[in-house]
Design a protein around this ligand. Structure first.
Ligand code: M6R
Length: 612
């Protein structure tokens, strides 16, 4: 994930900035760069690869640099190259800018600038339009130029700008992407994350959305969106560096679970239009006739991504009226699928490097099928070899157990299904618009599911669960793949043996394993099959199993039939898997904690599986 560091003070700025960027390396990045003033000019140095490569590119700089900005980039728009690395420069070379976030309307701005021939673009990034906008609006006051420029911008940003016309001053602005000001004696800092500041200061100011700041070595001024000065509270950071890297959470997994509302929002950004009730995935460059003539989709993936694929089958079949087969990638090529023309293969992979998934992709391409990759990593092998790529904007996932990547894979599948459905004329306009509105509500509903009260309820349940060596997850319809994913998560990090079954399948065998008190987590979010799921819950109750139900508010019958219950906000059946996954992730997490397992790095597992 991109990182920002800025410094104004009497120390050697480059050393402070490089050190700060190194403190942000754990977040993942693929290029780095700095900008600083030397004499009357701005110098920008960038390098694809590591901060160490940037240091080599910088060579010996003189030590009299007191103000500068630095950035680590995790590629989103455009590959990880020197040109795409930040800082970006204005045409006049007097303004440099670094940015975290996504500019939604960058294409329109870039088109306007290109047709007017008013600016020359060097990179493929969305960010570059920002520095040109600041340049267009500069009339002697950098703060004013940034404020005016941002009026034309839609999207998320944490950005910092410097100009050789105003030496010693950094201007920053925030919208949906964090920025923290660090306060020192005769020096001040700006960073996207606390670890970059901790070696220098623990006194901080957190910028809120819509706020701007002007920072020099001896003055920090914060303004609201109307330009009015804002009195900010100074917060003392008490975390050590390890806690700071995890955003104050005990583990990366918990941090990543908590980041899901934002990750989901980012993945939908630019792609859903709530007013028009539509999804726009023109970034995929399918022609209408290609989509209209499709008659089958294969989804191929491993592990958690495979579970997203299983949900994908139900979702794409319903919304796009397209038959879907789902395969575990390690099995796909050995079953000799009956490939025909007018078929599409969708591969799903967080890392984009999973060997089995890659082999499936190559097989499909060798058979002349089009491949759409849903992946989280720009520049990954899967993204380079697929015909079409849909990125999940989850940000780097560090914990081995996949959480936010899974949820954003699921979101990507809804987007694909709705987009294909509309182009193929397979979905009613009103229904499409209703689902788009439902998608738009998800980030705030996820926040509810992640409230302190909800988390505590799940934590308490895990005290019971952790004492068992075996557990069941059951569900019908869309609840079944969610049950499979819940069981995988529990096995993976708590080492409790967990089995997932379609609820109706229990009586065909597994019911023999139900003994007094055994934990059975029942997913009961699907209105269409609720009565049937309740009957299956009764079968478990009758054998003494202890059912913990995950259901929706309003499904009151469930509470009368189970030992404990967790309510999700009311939601359409088809979107429920996005919310119901979250309590299963937290159950796995707190069961693992209660059993003292190594949460972020479970035994025998690797984050990216690059062997077959
Ligand atoms: O990077 P990928 O999405 O291709 O990885 C696939 C699986 O290895 C991965 O989802 C694995 O199952 C996770 N550790 C599950 O939490």
């Amino acid at each position: 994930m991109c990182g920002i560091v800025g410094y104004a003070g009497n120390k050697e700025a480059l050393a402070v900035i490089i050190d700060g960027l190194k403190k942000l390396e754990y977040r993942g990045y693929d290029s780095a760069g700095v900008a600083f003033q030397k004499g009357n000019d701005l110098v920008i140095t960038k390098a694809a690869g590591s901060v160490a490569s940037l240091e080599t590119a910088l060579g010996e700089q003189n030590s009299s640099i007191n103000v500068g900005i630095g950035h680590t980039r995790w590629a989103t728009h455009g590959r990880p190259t020197d040109e795409n690395a930040h800082p970006h420069s204005s045409c006049c070379g007097k303004i440099a800018l670094i940015h975290n976030g996504i500019i939604e309307n960058y294409r329109a701005i870039r088109q306007r600038m290109t047709s007017e021939e008013s600016h020359k673009f060097i990179s493929e990034t969305d960010t570059e339009v920002l520095v040109h906008l600041v340049e267009e609006n500069y009339e002697g006051d950098l703060l004013q130029a940034v404020r005016t420029a941002l009026k034309d911008v839609k999207g998320s940003y944490g950005l910092v700008v410097i100009s050789s016309a105003e030496p010693g001053r950094m201007i920053c602005a925030r919208q949906d992407s964090p920025l923290i000001i660090g306060l020192g004696e005769g020096e001040n800092f700006i960073a996207s994350d606390i670890p970059a500041l901790l070696a220098h200061t623990r006194r901080t100011i957190v910028l809120e959305d819509g706020e701007f700041a002007s920072i020099t070595m001896d003055k920090v001024e914060v303004f609201d969106h109307k330009g009015q000065p804002v009195e900010k509270e100074v917060l003392e950071i008490t975390w050590d560096i390890e806690a700071a890297e995890k955003g104050g959470y005990e583990h990366f997994m918990l941090k990543e679970i908590m980041e899901q509302p934002t990750a989901v929002k980012e993945t939908m950004r630019q792609r859903i239009d709530v007013e028009k009730g539509r999804v726009d995935l023109s970034e995929l460059a399918f022609t209408s006739s290609q989509l209209e003539s499709l008659d089958k989709v294969y989804i191929v993936a491993c592990g958690t991504a495979y579970h997203a694929g299983l949900l994908g089958k139900a979702i794409i079949e319903k919304l796009a009226n397209l038959p879907v087969e789902v395969d575990v990638a390690s099995e796909f090529r050995y079953r000799e699928p009956l490939f025909k023309k007018n078929q599409l293969v969708i591969v799903i992979s967080q890392s984009g490097e999973t060997a089995d998934t890659l082999a499936a992709l190559r097989l499909a391409r060798q058979k002349s099928l089009q491949v759409l990759a849903i992946t989280n990593v720009v520049g990954s092998t899967v993204s380079r070899e697929a015909d079409h790529v849909l990125y999940t904007w989850a940000g780097p996932e560090i914990a081995v157990a996949s959480t936010k990547a899974y949820l954003t894979q699921l979101i990507s599948i809804y987007l694909v299904a709705l987009y294909f459905g509309e182009v193929r004329g397979a979905i009613e306009k009103e229904y499409l618009s209703e689902i788009v509105k439902g998608l738009n509500r998800l980030p705030s509903q996820l926040k509810d599911v992640l409230s302190e009260e909800s988390v505590n309820r799940l934590k308490a349940y895990c005290e019971h669960l952790a004492g068992w060596e075996s557990a069941f997850f059951v569900g019908r319809n869309l609840d079944y793949p969610v049950a499979m994913e819940g069981a995988l998560k529990l096995k993976e990090i708590s080492y409790i043996h967990a089995e997932a079954y379609p609820a109706g399948e229990l009586k065909h065998g597994p019911l023999a394993l139900i003994v007094e008190g055994i934990p059975v987590i029942a997913l009961a979010t699907q209105k269409a099959v609720l009565d049937k799921t309740l009957s299956n819950i009764q079968e478990v109750n009758a054998r003494g199993g202890a059912v913990f139900a995950i259901t929706q508010e309003g499904f009151e019958d469930v509470s009368r039939q189970v030992e404990s219950i967790f309510y999700l906000p009311p939601i359409e059946d088809i979107l429920a898997p996005v919310l119901s996954a979250v309590p299963t992730q937290l159950i796995a997490y707190y069961a693992a904690i209660a059993r003292g397992s190594s949460v972020d790095k479970p035994r025998n597992l690797a984050k990216s599986v690059t062997v077959e």
